[in-house]
Ligand binder design. Structure first.
Ligand SMILES: Cc1ncc(COP(=O)(O)O)c(C=O)c1O
Ligand SMILES: [Zn+2]
Length: 435
């Protein structure tokens, strides 16, 4: 097992891998949530930022289709289970049982999502036959987006804790989200037969509400009350629920570090699928950023020389934080920027874009995204709304049944296309299905 523990990127507090429920840094409080536990790996870890070309061009013999079994030895939930005595066979059974239940609820369990060169996108953007646009297509994944990949490792940790006697009652799960993350969370909760409270803003679209009802989630519409602190009222109620004992079942690293575990399976999958295609690296990958957990995970795992974190002009707190970090003389280095969290990462006022799944007013996992771009000498990209709309049209015309949020990484490619050689291999993630 490669994961040896957890370390806070802000205050350097450490948590042993054997500890159950390592959701938040021990120094994270009600008044100061500006901490995030990151995975610490021992020798032989694959998760280092950076990439050595050619280092992984070795196909595995008949890997398991389930990513949580295939990458068991790299996952933090599995390392926790392992050191406490749940061996490979026990973990495999645990994954299989839950996965079967997920399949019954969602119509699909966890299997590798498609990855391939899109001839339509490559031609439309003028790439040569030797180069091209590669697409990781998450639209057919559990819950129709990448979100379930992050959440499943929280659920596996919880089920392992039950088996180990570390968890003897079932407090409700809780999440604040009005979109894909809520649907993924409700799907997994249903599969595990675990109750869940979903805190949503008043403006949630009816379709999502109906689906959450169908999945048996308890949905709470959160109005802004005059007594509330500034920020998202749904997030505030979610934190109240967690303070009252609920389990944070959320895709934000500072609220639950285990969300930063399973998201990495997508990056490893891209690596292994590239090997299958006879390629050892990508020149670039473009990843859309909302709360930032997804980009933090891909940044740590995707075999790409350049890493482009993409936000929209209507909500770009990451790019603003990057600019402030440079002004503050940190050179964008995460370890220098982390202590400045309160000054650098402040809520964006009035977020707006048709890519409404990435309108998080704060990039909660900004430190992990800084690591991903900084390690490769990159900077955040801000796409215009016109690029976001054009990318969505292009993606749909190329045959992807994707939402504007799901194709927002492609908007980053459109925004920078003039700087890219037609011979390059670039990748985007179609991260969410059209609704
Ligand atoms: C379809 C889709 N893609 C990408 C994202 C961005 O993920 P993250 O919030 O981890 O940055 C989200 C959610 O925010 C999403 O729903
Ligand atoms: Zn800390």
């Amino acid at each position: 097992m490669r994961v040896t523990g957890w370390r806070c990127a802000v205050c350097a507090a450490t948590v042993d891998i054997a500890t159950p429920f390592p959701w938040r840094c021990p120094n994270s409080t009600k008044h100061d949530r500006r901490h995030v536990l990151q995975i610490v790996e021992g020798d032989g870890g694959h998760g280092d930022v950076g990439f050595e070309p050619g280092s992984r061009l070795v196909a595995e013999p008949e890997p398991d289709a389930n990513p949580y079994i295939r990458y068991d030895h790299d996952l933090a939930w599995a390392a926790y289970a392992d050191v406490n005595g749940l061996d490979d066979t026990a973990r495999r059974r645990l994954v299989r049982d839950l996965d079967t239940a997920v399949g019954a609820v969602a119509g699909t369990g966890f299997v590798p999502t498609p990855f391939g060169r899109s001839a339509a996108l490559s031609d439309a953007l003028g790439f040569t036959d030797g180069g091209g646009v590669w697409v990781k297509d998450e639209t057919g994944g559990v819950g129709g987006s990448q979100k379930a990949r992050h959440l499943f490792t929280i659920l596996l940790h919880l089920r392992a804790a039950e088996e180990l006697g570390h968890l003897t009652t079932r407090p409700p799960l809780a999440i604040a989200s009005c979109g894909n993350a809520a649907l993924a969370a409700a799907t997994l909760a249903r599969a595990a037969d675990w109750s869940i409270d979903v805190f949503v803003p008043t403006w949630m679209t009816a379709g999502f509400g109906d689906e959450l009802d169908r999945l048996g989630a308890r949905t709470h519409r959160c109005e802004r009350r005059s007594s509330d602190p500034p920020g998202d009222p749904a997030m505030f109620r979610f934190r109240q629920a967690v303070a009252a004992g609920a389990i944070p079942f959320t895709v934000q690293g500072p609220e639950n570090a285990l969300a930063l575990d399973g998201g990495r399976t997508i990056g490893w999958e891209i690596r292994d699928q590239l090997v299958g295609a006879g390629i050892d690296h990508l020149d670039r990958i473009f990843v859309q950023v909302g709360g930032g957990a997804f980009a933090a995970c891909l940044g740590a795992t995707a075999p790409a020389r350049r890493f482009h974190a993409v936000q929209t002009e209507g909500c770009a707190p990451l790019a603003r934080a990057w600019g402030r970090a440079l002004e503050a003389g940190t050179d964008g280095r995460p370890e220098l920027a982390a202590p400045l969290w309160a000054e650098l990462m402040v809520p964006w006022r009035d977020p707006h874009s048709v890519a409404d799944g990435i309108l998080d007013d704060e990039t909660y996992d900004w430190i992990g995204v800084f690591e991903a771009i900084g390690a490769r000498g990159d900077v955040p990209i801000v796409a215009t709304e016109a690029d976001v709309v054009a990318a969505h049209r292009l993606a749909q015309a190329a045959g992807f049944d994707v939402s504007p949020t799901g194709s927002a990484g492609l908007a980053g490619l459109l925004a920078t296309i003039e700087t890219i050689q037609p011979t390059e291999q670039v990748a985007v993630v179609m991260s969410g299905v059209a609704r």
